[in-house]
Design a protein around this ligand. Structure first.
Ligand SMILES: [Zn+2]
Length: 275
């Protein structure tokens, strides 16, 4: 029977989770956080557990999940494991993320990022002694390419990445919210009753969190659509205010703010912007 550990990194007010699965003889990490400190915290927890790191699995193609991996695996032989789609999107977008994140996070954004070194097929099952995992490849959604990892034979625990944030503001700037909503609908139908979601941001939750996420996405897109884009500055402010009163939490608010212009661009309401 394995134990899961959550490592929450909060560098620069950016809460993001990595997880460790502690088996009898080895440890498997899920995601690497965004930062140097976050990745080091993962590695230090592995050292405190006192068992070797067998692998680091990446849920999806966003920098707050793979950026710190280079630090998390330092000094180990652990491969970084992802689906082909997640790997390709990370490699494609890493330079753009460098340009976005270096000014925001300085040296906390690792100077060099580590990319996946072992690719898995959609649906592939992996075993590290008694730790059994299976990947579900989801394609575009919250990020340009998402996946989730099921733990154990009964699949009652899911490392759900950013399919659902636990009551924090969300990043929609990649513009794939329609497939994200479709993924959420399919997952809600497929998850076993009593499933435990271990999300990329916030506390663990049950399947109901997927409903919360759907409502948040719909509210955000509705707010963008409903704003008066004849004045883009005021339109953006109106969306941010609407979402701030919808979810009265400051966590990850900057991700939501970064998403307003790209979503408006995608909807044809304003000049297209790069995310
Ligand atoms: Zn995230």
């Amino acid at each position: 029977m394995s134990t899961t550990h959550r490592i929450e990194s909060k560098v620069a007010d950016t809460p993001v989770n990595a997880y460790l699965i502690e088996g009898e003889r080895q440890v498997v990490a899920i995601d690497g956080t965004l930062t140097v400190s976050g990745g080091r915290a993962v590695r230090e927890r592995v050292e405190a557990i006192g068992k070797p790191l067998a692998a680091l699995l990446v849920t999806h193609a966003h920098p707050d999940h793979y950026g710190g991996a280079v630090e998390a695996i330092a000094g180990s032989e652990a491969p970084i494991v992802a689906t082909e789609g997640v790997d390709a999107a990370i490699r494609r977008d890493d330079q753009a993320k460098e340009e976005l994140l270096r000014p925001m996070f300085g040296d906390e954004w690792p100077a060099e990022r580590a990319f996946p070194t072992r690719l898995v097929e959609p649906g592939e099952e992996l075993a590290f002694d008694d730790i059994e995992l299976a990947v579900r490849d989801l394609g575009p959604g919250e990020s340009p390419h998402d996946s989730i990892w099921w733990l154990g034979e009964d699949r009652s625990t899911v490392f759900s990445g950013d399919q659902a944030y636990n009551h924090m503001h969300c990043f929609l700037a990649d513009g794939h919210w329609e497939s994200w909503l479709a993924n959420l609908e399919r997952l809600a139908a497929d998850l076993p009753p009593g499933v435990r979601l271990l999300p990329g941001h916030g506390d663990q939750a049950g399947a109901k969190l997927l409903d919360w996420q759907r409502a948040y996405i719909e509210r955000f897109v509705g707010a963008v659509r409903g704003a008066d884009w004849s004045d883009p500055g005021r339109a953006k402010q109106a969306v941010v205010e609407a979402m701030a009163s919808y979810l009265q939490a400051d966590d990850l608010r900057f991700l939501m703010e970064l998403s307003v212009d790209p979503v408006a661009g995608k909807l044809g309401l304003s000049e297209p912007t790069r995310s």
